[in-house]
Each structure stands twice: as structure tokens, then as C-alpha cells.
Design a binder for this molecule. Sequence first.
Ligand code: NIG
Ligand code: FE
Length: 414
Amino acid sequence: MNNMIIKNASQLVTCSGFEAKAGKDMGKIHVIEDGAVIIKDGVIKKVGTTKEVLEGIDASKYQVIDATGKTVLPGFVDSHTHFVFGGYREEEFDMRLKGYSYMEIMNRGGGIANSTTGTAKAAKEELISLGKKRLDAMLKFGVTTVEGKSGYGLDFDTEIKQLEVMKALDKIHPMDITKTFLGAHAVPSAYKGRGDAFIDFIIDQVLPYVVENNLAEFCDIFCEKNVFSIEESRKLLNKAKEMGMKLKLHADEIVRIGGAQLAAEVGAVSADHLLQASDEGIHAMAEKKVVATLLPCTAFSLKEEYARARFMIDNHCAVALATDFNPGSCHTESIPLLFALSTLYMKMTIEEAITALTINGAAAIDRAHEIGSIDEGKKGDLVILEFPSYKFIPYHIAVNTVEKVIKDGKLVVD
Ligand code: NIG
Ligand code: FE
């Protein structure tokens, strides 16, 4: 049956809206008590109280889910991950516990370069099977759309292989996948000290193939001291934009070099990390409506300071939250941890955190018109919590409160 009714929800949190919510609007999540939703052929058709929604409906034609005592929310959107990779880096985690920093490990030849070896070695089938397992884990946390990046190739073949793996997974897995080309994730050893030449290689040799074969919607870069400079980042991003791609940046994560301002200048859809973003950078992002995607699980894992979410929201930014799931700086796909950190340590309200993971997550991948809220006409992507209030999400600290997940109108986690 392709039609579904979800009824009697203690709280139906719609997060209603078709674009990013900035500043104070992030607190508005719109809760309907005793709520119901009708989904037909994967699309949300009716939203309201159970009484309003069921009036005149012949329920025998629908799969009916009784959500008495439960909370219904839009499916979560994890808008920043690196989930396709071969090999793990548990030794680096241990080194960090012993006092080495992320950048020290990278400068000694570890870090991202380490994952390029494992990813180059892995056959496509193996990466697909690993990716599937990781997507399954995310789905159980209520994630119905994920963004995934390349960036563990740093050569033509492996970058393309990662993007093709995501394309294949998008076809076989219920999760929707937005693909991002992150060829400029690190300077490979063959180009040591010649980041500018590597950017030229990406622009001349890889980007055209990615665009021609429609392998990615976004182009991203690790704009960071000792990785890619502002000038190198500007060059690549403007070129990618010229070729029709949308833009993202890993910006101002470890050292403040002006990545947030660059994101505003080039018209990026989002700038991500931003632990060190300056006041001016944050104001520029708010003005140009660049989504500030914050990744507190990474700050937690690297024992860095958290990004200034409160300042950003109070200064009219639209903030999204994402896991940054990857094999190095942040090996977790945990949405409960993300809620715990953002509410307990980043001064975000529960409502703001929910907005950041739904409609603003959708906006961070330019999908706010079709996902991220429970609005008529949007995809039937919903999460049902086992508890009667959305406040249980962070309250049940770092524990998964998701009971059911509905993707495109189909029950995929039960
Ligand atoms: O978003 N900061 C750069 N890139 C990733 C880390 C990738 C890795 O260490 O493998 C991030 O944290
Ligand atoms: Fe990242």
C-alpha cells in the first residue's frame, strides 16, 4: 500500500517552512497536539489535528500508524558527512588521546592522507557495502537525507570512484544522498608545497569530468591554514560556480583565516565548522544568507572549542547541525550526541537544534523546498519518537529515542 495515515500523535512537530530559518525564527518549530499526517505515493497530502485530517477519509485504504503517546517530526537531514571511505584510523584517535593534535598527525603524513590509501585500495563493491552499513546506522537515528563528500581520493580515479559509490547507494538505499565533490580536501604528497598546482589539477582534470557526468551537485574545499589558502579556495570555488556547481566550504575550523567571509563572497550555500569564525565573517554570512553548518561532534572529538552558535543565531544566521561523520576527526553518526552537545554546550535551545537538523539542514543542501518539514507537497519523510514530547530528544542524553522512520511514505525502520 502506498498510502499512509499517521494519527493521534501527542506532538506533531512540523518545522513548517520552505526556506532556511534564520535568527529568532529558528525557535519556531510549530507543534500540533493530537496531530495527524496523510502521505500519498510518498508525498505529504494533509497535515493537522487528527480530527481535521481524518474527516471524510476512508481509513481502510491506508496503512494506519497510531502514534498515541509519540512525537512525530520531519526526517533529519545530516548535511555534512564523509561516509564513503576505506580503512579506519583508530590509531590516530589513540594518538590524540596521548596529546598529538589533529594537525600534528596530518603534518606527519597521517590524517586524510591515511584514508586515501585505504579508499584507493578498496574495490567499489566493498565501498558500496561499507556505505550501506553506515547509511543503515544513520537511518536508525532518523536521518532520511544525507550529504556525502568525496575527498579520500585526491587523485582522479579514487575521487570519481567515491562519487560513483554514492550514486549507486542513492539508487539501492532508501536514504536520499546529496553528493559533494571535495577533491581539494588535502594536498597529496606528490604536490607537497604546491597546493596551487594541485588546485589547477583539480580544475583542469577532475572538475570537468564531475560536471559532465553529473556526479556531484556541490563543490567543497578544506580552506584552512597549511591546507588550502583563501586565494586557492576562491579560485576553485569560482571555477566550480562558473561550471554550474553549488558551493560549500570547510571554513575557519582550526585557524581563523577568513573562510566565513569567503563563503559570503562566493555565494556558498553553506560554510561548515566555523569554530574560529570572526564576528565580521558571521555578519557577512548572515547578510548573504549562507547557512552556518556547525559540527559539534567534531569539536567534541578533537577537544576543540565549540562554534559560537548563540552569537550566530543572535546575529541572524541560519544555523544547521550535522555530524561530519568521517574516519578521522569525527567517527560518529550519532544524532543523539549532536543534540546533547548543541543544547548542553552550545547554548542552543531544543527548538533551535530541531530546526538546525530539519529545515535548516535541508537548506544547507538546497533542498528546503522538498524536505525538512512536514508540509503538504513535501516528501513523506518522518521520524516517530517513542516519547510524547520532542523535549525527550536531548533529555534522554545521547540515547536514540527514534522508534520508527518513514521514508518517501514507506516504513523503513520499525
Ligand atoms: O570535516 N576538516 C577537514 N575534513 C574533515 C576531516 C576529515 C578527516 O580527518 O578524515 C572534517 O572534519
Ligand atoms: Fe567535514
